[in-house]
Ligand binder design. Sequence first.
Ligand SMILES: Cc1cc2nc3c(=O)[nH]c(=O)nc-3n(C[C@H](O)[C@H](O)[C@H](O)COP(=O)(O)OP(=O)(O)OC[C@H]3O[C@@H](n4cnc5c(N)ncnc54)[C@H](O)[C@@H]3O)c2cc1C
Length: 506
Amino acid sequence: MADYDVIVIGAGVGGLSTAALCQKAGMKTLVIEQSNRIGGCCSTFEAEGFHFDVGASVVEAPQAFNELFKRLELNIDDYIPFYKVDPLYDYCDNTRGIRFAIPTSIEGTAEVIAQFSPEDAKAFIKFAKKYTPRIKALMNHFFFAPSQGFTDIIRLVRKYPGVIQALPMFLTTHQKIVARYFKNPDVLASMAFQSFYAGLPPDLCAGLYAIVGLVEHEGIFYPKNGGMIGIPNGIKKAFKEMGGELRLNSRAVRVIVDRGIARGVELWDGTEITSRNVVGAINAKKLYIDMIGREHIPWYVWRGINSMKLSMPCPMVYLGIDYEPPLRAHHTLTLTDPRVMNDYWSEYYLKGKLYEKDGEPEVMGLISWASKIDPRLAPEGKHVITHMGLAPYNLAGNDWDRHKQKWIDQAIKTIEKYIIPDLSKHVVYRDMATPKDLERMLLHPGGAVYGIQTDLSHMSVFRPANKSKCIENLYLAGASTNPGGGVCTVIAGGIITASLIEKYSK
Ligand SMILES: Cc1cc2nc3c(=O)[nH]c(=O)nc-3n(C[C@H](O)[C@H](O)[C@H](O)COP(=O)(O)OP(=O)(O)OC[C@H]3O[C@@H](n4cnc5c(N)ncnc54)[C@H](O)[C@@H]3O)c2cc1C
């Protein structure tokens, strides 16, 4: 008799969602987490009275949350109350005297765009009209459906013919889609940068991501209960109320495999825990290569897993400041021409170089001001801002541990140049998580944000499957498997994985 029906490795949002649904289905479920905190990249830590979000700073696609709590038969507001975030972004570049905020409403956004280009404003309405039904088809059907193989895709298309309209978006790039609609350079840049949410520049990112900007117009949200950790805390609450078990400070080092069947896990201290099913809600490469091993995996799967690319890391800077910053939105960024974004990838990222503009180091990125919406995240009169940047894991001729303080200085200098002129005078707390720190903290190889890269060759049937194809009773959840990375997306993945476990456990 096994100790558990299901063991989930990793208490990120993907692991916790899977665990809550398995427990709800009557399976005795244990979650093991190597660190002393839940949530992984969607979490919050406290330092000197400031509460900083580790990585994720907002969520979109409420469908995933609603579906999870519907299946748990619970009222989401009792577990994860949300603020609505509006405007979506403030774009600011003091060097050009340009500043405009994009609201949630489609009509409001068209009015803002019209100030730059009436043609682009009309094009935005057309863009929204064409792609919103496709978003709905994808969100309602594709998002929660397994794509273990081509037969799953064919079955889905037969059942929901509307999905087929969305398929061409997989076959083109983000840049090609938005360039068809928008001509003004600033408007185009405001529609193209979201490709980096998939960890890729616009001309390499799948066209599907062109709709991320539109999905945000359905609303973006921030938890009311203590920063982004409010999300995993809410799911954990539901899981524990139903009798689920969670162990912190418990690192899994091996999946016990016997004659091709997963039988449990071994912890760092040698303890073995048996289970009828094992879920790896961690990086898929790490799971297969380090925790299962060559001897249990057919050569072609081993080769495939080894050849998968890791997604891009995002260095995070955490700043506590002693005044209310002159920001106007939860998220602020400086627009960057899509050509620069594409060049950044080939000329800097792939060569291990840090970005420079006119010979000066610059730190491109997105500022998040969480204490605007929830003042309890900072001591009275003070605020928290985080800066999410882009950079390679391996630095040519440099090392992240050596470069850390310089990166923080350069981030502050870049923000001063474009957005908040006197920021450095107000910083009373500063720290950062480099890609190396994220690797150490969360055991993310290469500090990869979404586990496995999210280009066409690593999506859907080409991504590591939610139900392992080579080890019986082994399942995957989280950003490395389908449908991919992002908080709402790993919840959708948790729904898929838990339903597969239920189906195959019967
Ligand atoms: C900087 C950054 C910014 C982001 N911004 C956003 C955003 O604004 N909105 C959004 O929707 N998404 C965002 N994302 C993506 C999103 O946060 C992630 O895709 C999602 O949270 C991943 O969830 P997960 O469950 O796959 O894994 P993770 O969050 O990676 O959690 C995995 C957990 O497993 C644990 N673990 C690892 N190995 C072991 C082991 N051997 N034994 C036990 N435990 C183990 C880790 O400690 C961790 O807690 C961001 C990510 C980052 C890094």
